[in-house]
Design a protein around this ligand. Structure first.
Ligand code: GDG
Length: 485
């Protein structure tokens, strides 16, 4: 039968990602405060992380100004939460995080070569930081452990670990798209990155297209052929496959039903518009991959083309501050500020403002009530590995209507084909989808949502994590079978 890792206390899981599942902030009294971060990755791994013995390893600097006692308390706080910190030198951290990760890999993998910087110094820091992570894992790892490495910050880590632990079970999952070969080959370090990932036994992506792109780069850059995603890297069997990440469906469904949330929903309705005024919502980190200016321009065109909707719809635009030290993000912030001003200046009346704009992160209950209160959810990224916001919206409308407008450039669109799909570069198409979404009969909304909601309720983030680890265990069995012959 299947080995269920969750029930096996002897095989520990070491989760490795850039950040720990906590935000660590300065605090007057204690010197620091831990706040749990949310989102799909954390939700999916949380039940695994909670198993005794399992550890989460990530970048965590010591808060400034702690004395010896404070430092000891900080170490204890981390240990109590089964977290192991990787400390980074300030300059290296910047070059690795804001530099190579977010000014090279992120833009290139999302198809923005114009935002991509090719900087040898940043690359060298990326290598050093990946080595720091390796040392931190090696200090913890015991024979039999599984190491699961996450995301584009740590693409060299699987092979760095493999050199030290030839028999370890190592998984790698990429949370962003993997680009086509024509794009990936622009990287001067393409071979090293490819080799880095191939140190894993199992390499996972959100979608089959990313798997195909990765396998094509494998063949063309390092000459490794595959059969149905099975390949041999340095003579070792490895598997490449798609594992689409879901959400903790019940958490969103139930939260949307809480009396406190229902009260907020009613208040929001009254606050945002008079009788019959509809709410359209978008929520995302302020990131050029999310297509925010394009969406605003489409909304402006919508109000021009369908004047009967003026005064009858409000676009609630929530943008969450992100990577503010990267130049392209600061420029985008300015652009969005200006566009919102332009649209509101052009269309507002005494009792109606078309765009209700927030630049901050919202508490969970506020987010859920916005989801629940909105008639239309606009998720129109230019490129997105998966996108969980659209899934959370559907969960908050469990068993009910509400219309999702979804970009076909988001990984989620492979699963959510009953949504109104749009090409975010096609302004006319987006304008038309806005109108269709606002005019869609309730019965059709429900008819479209039901199958999507059913799939999301079944394929949760927890299921995703279990399936990945089961598949990783399966690779180990296949490797053992080969060496027995
Ligand atoms: C990357 C990939 C992939 C957002 N605003 C607030 C808030 N959020 C939460 C959402 C959601 C999460 O943040 C965002 O996740 P997404 O998947 O939509 O997007 P990215 O941040 O770009 O994530 C993406 C993901 O990794 C997982 O693999 O799907 O493609 O780009 O959970 O709810 N939460 C709160 N307040 C906010 O204002 N509390």
């Amino acid at each position: 039968g299947k080995v269920n890792r969750m029930d096996n206390p002897h095989n520990r899981l070491i989760i490795v990602s850039n950040r720990l599942p906590y935000r660590i902030e300065p605090d007057e009294r204690e010197g620091f405060a831990f706040t749990r971060t949310v989102g799909g990755l954390v939700a999916g791994l949380e039940p695994l992380h909670a198993q005794p013995g399992n550890v989460w390893l990530g970048w965590a600097d010591e808060p400034a100004g702690l004395d010896d006692a404070g430092r000891a308390r900080f170490e204890r706080a981390l240990a109590e939460r089964s977290c192991a910190p990787v400390r980074l030198d300030g300059r290296d951290a910047e070059l690795y995080y804001e530099g190579f990760s977010n000014s090279t890999l992120w833009p290139l993998f999302h198809g923005f070569p114009q935002h991509t910087r090719f900087d040898e110094e940043a690359w060298e820091a990326y290598v050093r930081v990946n080595e720091r992570f390796r040392d931190a894992v090696l200090a913890l790892a015991r024979p039999g452990d599984t190491v699961w490495v996450h995301d584009y910050h740590l693409m060299l880590l699987p092979s760095l670990l493999r050199e030290a632990l030839p028999d370890a079970s190592i998984g790698f999952f990429l949370h962003i798209p993997f680009p086509d070969y024509e794009t990936f080959r622009m990287l001067p370090w393409r071979r090293e990155l490819m080799r880095g990932v191939l140190g894993a036994d199992l390499v996972g992506f959100h979608a089959y297209d990313y798997v195909r792109h990765f396998l094509s780069s494998c063949r063309r850059i390092v000459g490794v052929e595959n059969e149905s995603g099975t390949l041999f890297a340095d003579g070792r069997l490895a598997q490449v496959d798609a594992f689409p990440l879901g959400i903790d469906y019940g958490r969103y469904r139930d939260a949307a039903r809480l009396p406190a949330v229902r009260r907020l929903v009613t208040e929001l309705g009254e606050e945002k518009g008079h009788e019959g005024c509809k709410l359209m919502l978008s929520v995302e980190r302020l990131d050029y991959s999310k297509g925010i200016p394009e969406r605003l321009l489409a909304f402006d065109a919508f109000l021009d083309r369908f004047p009967e909707w003026r005064g009858r719809v409000v676009l609630v635009l929530v943008t969450v501050p992100s990577r503010e030290n990267v130049a392209s993000y600061a420029a985008l912030k300015k652009q969005v500020d200006e566009l919102v001003g332009l649209i509101n200046g052009k269309h507002s009346t005494m009792d109606w403002t078309p765009v209700d704009y927030y630049y901050r992160s919202l508490p969970f209950e506020r987010l859920v009530s916005l989801y629940a209160a909105s008639d239309v959810m606009l998720v129109t990224p230019l490129r997105d590995g998966m996108n969980l916001v659209c899934k959370e919206y559907l969960a908050c409308h469990d068993g009910a209507g509400g219309t999702l407008v979804l970009s076909e450039m988001a990984g989620a669109s492979y699963e959510l084909h009953e949504a109104l799909t749009v090409n975010p570069f096609d302004q006319e198409g987006v304008v038309d989808a806005m109108r269709r979404a606002l005019e869609m009969p309730e019965a059709e909304q429900r008819r479209r949502n039901a199958p999507m909601q059913e799939r999301l309720a079944r394929y949760t983030s927890e299921k995703w994590a279990r399936e990945f680890l089961d598949a990783a265990a399966d690779v180990k069995r296949r490797q053992a079978g080969l060496s027995a012959h």
